[in-house]
Design a protein around this ligand. Structure first.
Ligand SMILES: Nc1ncnc2c1ncn2[C@@H]1O[C@H](COP(=O)(O)OP(=O)(O)OP(=O)(O)O)[C@@H](O)[C@H]1O
Length: 498
């Protein structure tokens, strides 16, 4: 048949122009048919299955398994929790570049000083030796058992990737007892070298509970945050004590965790303080978006995916979610409730129980921070002793807070102070302004004289406004008192007459 289609054998090379055209037409038709078949198959075989076949193909042709070989499979997740071995292997192998690797990934985050080169995992077989043992790592795709709705987006929807480690089974004990711990320590030191803090966000997207992770590049540190110096010292001392107390927590049989409740008006630095804590401890932040959590099992899944040495943050706990009480199956209507999703089956007791119980015993060195603008509106369950270990009130800007901001924004220090600083420090407390407002004023010009002069005027106006409001309030209270006294007098008279 091919001969009929391609009459191009040396014997019958076309001699005329018409037979040459006929041969060309047949060849073109065949190519088009071939391309159509390939395209059809590409559409019929899902990407996941193609990845699976490809990884199996590489596995058999490049890792050469033999009868004496043992394979350890390292899945990405262990139940619902992330598998720590997988994470360590990923870091370790990422740094194992050999001269024969032809595909490398070049990357750099804005926190890193230099670019990073890593191997492209997919389809790679990485050879390693340890104490004379030959080891082969491969990154293998496996079809997912059940295809859930959550995973219907992205290019990996039908497969799960895992690492496989192959070696002669007589080395099993040595690989498990010595090689794997070696991989762990290597991964740790690689991570230390390029440590970039992460901000993990958990919420809900179109497909269900979603997680995302970016490098945390927040400039606030304890040097730049404008809070009272004594309060700052207290927080730093508390954090220092917490991280040094591993043995203490073990001895008293408590989970190694600490809870902070940050409260105060908007713009007083609650979020900035969380960033300062993360930068100080070098902990990642897990930002828990409660309005994105559908029910307690959603919550458990999200909490179990958090890592050790991290800060779990729930911002605006008073208003971010509608929380049901433990006692009632019906949605309660707490006064603090703003987001009223009727489908939410998530409960405050679910959150607190899980944080205090199972979750905290699954990890180490965890800090939990709740923030609120309205401490008085919080559910009493949150305020119970032992729940939040430290309550921190962040309030209006103090003279020492102003000095920090003046140093940050204008470079004014004790050695090169400005003649208006004294006046500002005298005014700032009675003006009742947040650090965010002061920061805004300090950014208005590059000229220090103009900025400070503007701030003095602003604080004076604010003080006059505050005084007027206070006077008005006092007058009203006075009037209310007089009315109340008159009413009481009338009632007493009426009673007497009766
Ligand atoms: N104590 C502070 N020290 C330095 N900067 C601050 C401080 N408080 C506020 N700011 C400035 O104001 C901005 C807003 O502050 P931040 O988000 O930390 O306040 P918040 O109390 O968390 O507010 P909200 O309750 O609205 O979330 C910050 O980006 C920062 O520039």
């Amino acid at each position: 048949m091919l001969n009929t289609m391609f009459p191009l054998s040396p014997k019958n090379i076309p001699t005329s122009v018409s037979s040459l055209f006929s041969a060309y037409a047949s060849f073109t038709a065949f190519i088009m048919l071939f391309r159509a078949i390939v395209n059809e198959l590409k559409d019929l075989i899902p990407l996941g299955v193609r990845s699976y076949i490809y990884s199996k193909f590489r596995y058999y042709f490049f890792t050469h398994p033999s009868d004496d070989d043992l394979t350890l499979v390292i899945n990405k997740h262990f139940g619902m929790a992330p598998n720590e071995v997988y994470e360590k292997v990923e870091v370790y192998l990422g740094a194992k570049i050999s001269p024969s690797d032809k595909h490398l990934i070049l990357s750099k985050t804005n926190q890193q000083k230099t670019v990073t080169l890593a191997i492209e995992k997919r389809g790679q077989v990485v050879s390693d030796t340890f104490d004379g043992i030959d080891l082969r790592w491969s990154y293998v795709a496996k079809p997912k058992k059940s295809k859930s709705k959550q995973s219907s987006a992205g290019d990996d929807e039908e497969v799960e990737w895992c690492f496989e480690l192959m070696f002669n089974e007589k080395h099993k004990a040595k690989v498990i007892d010595s090689y794997i711990p070696y991989v762990f320590t290597q991964a740790e030191s690689i991570k230390q070298g390029e440590k970039a803090l992460k901000l993990h966000c958990s919420g809900r997207d179109h497909y269900g509970t979603s997680k995302s992770c970016i490098d945390l590049v927040h400039p606030t540190t304890f040097e730049t945050i404008a809070i009272d110096s004594e309060l700052k010292k207290m927080i730093i001392d508390d954090l220092d004590m917490f991280v040094k107390r591993r043995e203490f927590y073990k001895k008293v049989g408590k989970a190694w965790k600490r809870g902070y409740l940050l409260y105060g008006p908007p713009g007083t630095g609650k979020s900035s303080l969380i960033a300062a804590m993360a930068n100080y401890l070098q902990f990642d932040i897990h930002d828990l978006e409660l309005s994105g959590i559908r029910d307690n099992s959603d919550l458990r899944r999200v909490l179990l995916s958090t890592t050790n040495r991290s800060i779990l943050v729930v911002e605006d706990i008073d208003c971010s979610v509608k929380i049901k009480n433990r006692e009632s199956a019906q949605p309660s209507k707490p006064s603090n409730s703003l987001d009223c999703s009727p489908t939410s089956k998530f409960t405050l007791s679910g959150l607190l129980n899980f944080i205090d119980g199972l979750w905290s015993s699954c990890g180490d060195e965890r800090i939990i921070v709740f923030t609120t603008n309205h401490k008085e509106k919080l559910d009493p369950a949150l305020m119970r002793p032992g729940r939040m270990d430290v309550h921190i009130h962040l309030s209006y800007c103090t003279p020492s807070g102003f000095r920090t901001l003046a140093s940050n924004y204008l470079g004014i220090h004790e050695t090169n102070t400005h003649h208006l600083c004294g006046e500002i420090e005298g005014l700032i407390e009675s003006a009742e302004v947040t650090p965010a407002v002061v920061a805004k004023e300090l950014m208005k010009s590059n000229d220090t004289d103009v900025v400070l002069d503007g701030l003095v005027k602003f604080l004076k106006q604010k003080k006059v406004k505050n005084d007027k409001e206070k006077l008005k309030k006092a007058k009203k209270a006075d009037e209310d008192g007089t009315k109340k006294a008159e009413k009481q007098e009338r009632e007493e008279d009426a009673n007497k007459n009766c």
